[in-house]
Ligand binder design. Structure first.
Ligand SMILES: *Cc1c(COP(=O)(O)O)cnc(C)c1O
Length: 442
């Protein structure tokens, strides 16, 4: 196949379609046999997944329920109203907007609504775990706002409150973002709230990673600790579709109006109605099963940290039980550095990512790996399996066992855990390729 359209026959294009399907099927099979430890990934429930291939995918619904720009949206309105009610109920808050199509897009909506170009916005440094949204080459740069960095406490892996108070008083940012992609411990929102008020800054929480833990009542509760808005992805610890959300707790009608127009027309036109419908299902399922899920996710992360620590790995924050979230951070300089270790783990069927850690001197050579338990918990693993994963990593990275051998052992460990749990229709094959058409195209 050359990619030059004019020379290809229909049969060639059919073969191309089949190549794509085949690659996705192989991908699914690979994950079915792997130990997936990416902290930002998760699995959809079968009822949520079904909606992704519904006719909602084919439609537009610009505007809000009841005031759309196009006709034909009555059922979309019905579903979006359910989705909004569930979101407000789950987070006990007064405002929700389910139109941002991802966490980054939700962040862009907040920046558009609550900051102007040139404003100062408080955030953590990338090396301390912040997301690229708050980098000059990300959403901050796009909106033209300037970061003000909080002071960081390496040992406790959270914001240093006294030093950050001084920074806020000296610099007086307009908006203060609390959120991380390497999110081990709750951030001191409650402790800093009086200082924010004193300097006239609004609090904004980016809960992309920890949304499902917040909703499960097992982390912090930023909208009741002093933040006016919570932006997030809906597919990390909240095991929903790839989408975004805005949540707010404020009496200030001007703020909610600005957030609403930030979401649309600010940063979306289409809002991926199929994903919005799947989100409604995921929120209802989280109300039913989310507490038990969030508890086990955290228990598993702490168990994995402990087991790796006992096997000689340099897991961060040992004095604090390694984590209070779904994530642990492991400094792997002795094992060859973040990049080499993440690659070697992947060769052995353990999927994780290299990660910058506090104290790393070069952004291009991350000293650590980030490991997360949302997905392994979603398929039913518990503390015992976390010990098994630590043993596999020890075998691979300390005892010289080959990646191929460890991959076989990883597949064995995974074999009983291929059904999605903590949802309606539990036990449905988590990695199933939904083959709607069957035969190869012709
Ligand atoms: C993942 C993440 C995002 C962005 O999420 P997308 O849904 O992938 O756009 C935003 N903020 C933080 C802190 C994240 O970790």
């Amino acid at each position: 196949m050359t990619g030059e359209g004019a020379d290809e026959s229909t049969a060639d294009w059919a073969a191309t379609v089949e190549r794509v399907r085949d690659a996705v099927r192989r991908h699914s099979a690979r994950f079915e046999h792997a130990i997936p430890l990416i902290a930002s990934e998760n699995l959809l429930s079968p009822y949520a997944k079904e909606l992704l291939v519904s006719d909602f995918h084919s439609r537009y619904a610009e505007g809000l329920p009841g005031e759309r720009y196009y006709e034909g949206n009555e059922q979309v309105d019905e579903v979006e109203r359910i989705c909004l009610d569930l979101a407000k109920r789950l987070f006990r808050c007064s405002f929700a907007d389910v139109r941002p199509i991802s966490g980054t897009v939700a962040n862009m909506a907040v920046l558009k609504a609550l900051a102007d170009p040139g404003d100062l916005v408080g955030t953590c440094r990338l090396a301390d775990g912040a997301h690229i949204s708050s980098a000059a080459f990300g959403a901050f740069g796009l909106r033209g706002v300037k970061p003000v960095y909080y002071a960081w406490d390496d040992a406790r892996m959270t914001i240093d409150v006294p030093r950050t108070r001084e920074i806020l008083r000296a610099v007086r940012p307009k908006l203060c973002l609390f959120g991380l992609s390497l999110f081990l411990f709750p951030l001191p929102v409650r402790e800093l709230a009086p200082t924010l008020e004193e300097v006239g800054a609004r609090g904004w929480y980016d809960g992309a990673h920890v949304l499902g833990l917040i909703a499960g009542g097992e982390f912090q509760d930023p909208l009741h600790e002093g933040c006016v808005v919570l932006s997030a992805s809906t597919h990390k610890t909240l095991p929903g579709p790839q989408h975004g959300i805005l949540l707010g707790q404020t009496d200030d009608a001007e703020v909610t109006k600005r957030l609403t127009s930030g979401a649309f027309p600010g940063v979306t036109s289409n809002h991926h109605l199929h994903a919005m419908a799947a989100l409604a299902v995921s929120l209802a399922e989280h109300l039913a099963f989310g507490r038990a899920y969030a508890r086990q996710v955290i228990a598993n992360a702490r168990a994995l940290g402990q087991a790796l620590h006992e096997r000689g790995f340099d897991v961060l924050a040992p004095d604090l039980g390694f984590t209070r979230s779904h994530t642990i951070a492991v400094r792997v300089v002795r094992e060859g550095g973040g990049e080499a270790v993440a690659k070697r783990l992947a060769d052995a069927g353990i999927i994780a990512n290299k990660n910058l850690l506090p104290g790393d001197t070069s952004p291009r050579h991350p000293g650590g790996v980030r490991l997360g338990t949302p997905e392994v918990t979603r398929v039913g693993m518990r503390e015992k399996e976390m010990a098994g994963i630590a043993e596999l990593m020890d075998d691979l990275l300390h005892r010289g066992r080959s990646p191929a051998e460890v991959a076989r052992a990883a597949a064995e460990l995974k074999a009983p855990f291929r059904g999605v749990q903590y949802c309606f229709g539990a036990g449905e094959a988590a990695y199933r390729y939904y083959d709607l058409v069957g035969h190869p195209p012709s």
